[in-house]
Design a protein around this ligand. Structure first.
Ligand SMILES: Nc1ncnc2c1ncn2[C@@H]1O[C@H](COP(=O)(O)OP(=O)(O)OP(=O)(O)O)[C@@H](O)[C@H]1O
Ligand SMILES: [Mg+2]
Length: 229
């Protein structure tokens, strides 16, 4: 089982929107997905309430019960847990960082979000969790100096996940209906973005797992042959 968390100190950067649509894209690719909603506002619990399908479990879990909840999910055969953390939730975000294999830090292409990303990065680094940034709500044309600056800044801060996620009504409509964008408009650009994003996250998780494996032992040297007397 792998656990990813959407975290950033900045409210409204897109944590819940992206967490729900990535969860749906991962489910469609064969993962057994569970969403843990750490936010006291329970945004994704409400999203699940609007959702007809029961294919993705969603539960509000307070930080103190997170480890126990994860152990139970692993026993049940869940393969991917997606945690949605609240904005400015110091204790909540820290709890998510401690239990996750990867923290995804979304930011919009503006100075305030980029500054908040630095603060979040410091927190993630202190906890020792792997992390990657994501640029969300980019103008759909994407040929924009602000987007370019944002992408370069996040790349320099430790890595940017592909693709750049654009600002599209599909994200808002899908959320309202309890759907992921790949369900709401499967042929749309937003759907393609979320499938691609899940692919990037999956590769990153795989690489981290490989890097953390102990190096294979070198084969033992054959014993030197004894000289015949
Ligand atoms: N790519 C996008 N395109 C269009 N709208 C978006 C996109 N991403 C997020 N939004 C909108 O931006 C607003 C904030 O998004 P969201 O609630 O997901 O952020 P958040 O980081 O979870 O906020 P909070 O910190 O308050 O939990 C919502 O109205 C959402 O619909
Ligand atoms: Mg949220």
């Amino acid at each position: 089982m792998r656990t990813i968390a959407f975290v950033t100190q900045k409210g409204g950067a897109g944590k819940s929107t992206l967490a729900s649509s990535v969860a749906v894209a991962a489910r469609a690719s064969g993962e057994r997905v569970f969403i843990i909603d750490l936010d006291p506002l329970q945004t994704l619990v409400k999203w699940a309430g609007a959702r007809e399908a029961a294919d993705i479990g969603v539960e509000h879990v307070p930080p103190a019960k997170l480890s126990k909840a994860l152990a139970a999910l692993e026993k049940k055969g869940v393969t991917l847990v997606v945690i949605d953390a609240p904005g400015q939730g110091g204790e909540h975000a820290a709890a998510a960082m401690r239990v996750s294999d990867l923290c995804v830090i979304p930011a919009r292409p503006n100075a305030f979000d980029l500054w908040a990303s630095e603060t979040t990065r410091a927190q993630v680094k202190e906890v020792g969790c792997d992390y990657a940034f994501l640029l969300n709500q980019c103008p759909p044309s994407q040929q924009n100096a602000r987007v370019e600056f944002g992408a370069k800044s996040l790349q320099a801060m430790g890595g940017l996940l592909a693709p750049l996620v654009s600002a599209r009504v599909d994200y808002q409509e899908a959320a309202r209906l309890g759907l992921g964008v790949s369900e709401y408009n499967p042929d749309g650009v937003a759907a393609q973005e979320m499938r691609e994003l899940w692919g990037s996250i999956k590769r990153r998780l795989k690489k981290a797992a490989q890097d953390s494996k102990p190096a294979a032992k070198a084969p033992a040297k054959p014993a030197a042959k004894k000289k015949a007397a």
